[in-house]
Design a protein around this ligand. Structure first.
Ligand SMILES: [Mg+2]
Length: 270
């Protein structure tokens, strides 16, 4: 289970944004959004998924690459597709196998991003299809611990519960994940968001389209061109201040205080 969210909200912070600020929450995808696709983590992840399909699920080698891509396109993640078409495997084992061998050494501390995140007064939440262990490792490698109020991940949306037939470890089960509109609505409910006051950052055009359908203000990351449903395009997450200066426009005195405190904290850590 990922970090609980609603309990960690600071009431005074919420209150200050209820008074006129345009946005009060920033919802971030993690992989290929907080760090660039060019690092190769995504490619290594796909290779590991294909190895799992071949070696653990005994899927015919010639079918694996196409099936991996087709399931990803159809069901949001390859894992969600494998489960739905009837493969029986343990989620935790899958995640450990796929993420355990990733070249995490490619992820370096990003003090620039850390400073940007801490200087923005809004609530900040990660929304990732990955599992909790991977999310924790990525944030730790990037030096971004403490920058987010919480993480909504695979375990948050697909809790193991023997009495729940909509999720679990059995085969033929539906996995709740992006880009489904249902996953977006679940996040709104879990984190108690107002979609109209939330900015959603993601590198995937289909997630952006779904996020727009859910009512978010949307930012496609890793692209200089807008995609369908995107309000803003960011080549890199590092360009956030240039593209969205309004995120630093405080909604009240409290917000200014929070921002100053965060900057001071960053200075101490640097
Ligand atoms: Mg991504």
């Amino acid at each position: 289970m990922c970090m609980p969210l609603p309990g960690t909200v600071q009431p005074e912070k919420m209150e200050s944004y209820a008074n006129g600020a345009k946005f009060d929450c920033l919802l971030f995808d993690m992989d290929d959004t907080l760090y660039p696709l060019s690092l190769g983590i995504n490619l290594a992840c796909r290779k590991n998924i294909q190895d799992y399909m071949l070696n653990k699920l005994q899927i015919e080698e010639s079918q694996v690459p196409k099936m991996c891509l087709d399931l990803y396109r159809e069901y949001g993640t390859t894992m969600a597709g494998l489960k739905l078409i009837g493969y029986d495997f343990d989620y935790d084992e899958f995640h450990a196998s796929v993420h355990g061998k990733l070249p995490y050494e490619k992820l370096k501390p990003d003090p620039v991003l850390r400073s940007l995140l801490l200087s923005m007064p809004q609530r900040k939440i990660i929304f990732t299809n990955s599992d909790e262990a991977h999310a924790a490792t990525v944030l730790e490698k990037m030096g971004l611990e403490g920058c987010f109020e919480g993480i909504i991940c695979f375990e948050t949306l697909n809790q193991k519960n023997p009495g729940d037939t909509s999720a679990g470890d059995g085969s033929g089960k539906r996995v709740l994940c992006k880009p489904s509109l249902e996953s977006m609505e679940a996040v709104v409910e879990i984190a108690k968001l107002d979609p109209k006051k939330t900015v959603f950052f993601d590198d995937s055009p289909r997630n952006i389209a779904s996020g727009k359908a859910a009512g978010f203000h949307t930012v496609i990351v890793g692209s200089s061109a807008l995609v369908a449903g995107a309000d803003v395009a960011l080549e890199s997450i590092h360009n956030i201040r240039e593209a969205l200066p309004e995120l630093w426009e405080a909604g009240g005195d409290h917000a200014v205080d929070i921002r100053s405190a965060a900057v001071a904290e960053t200075t101490v850590l640097a």
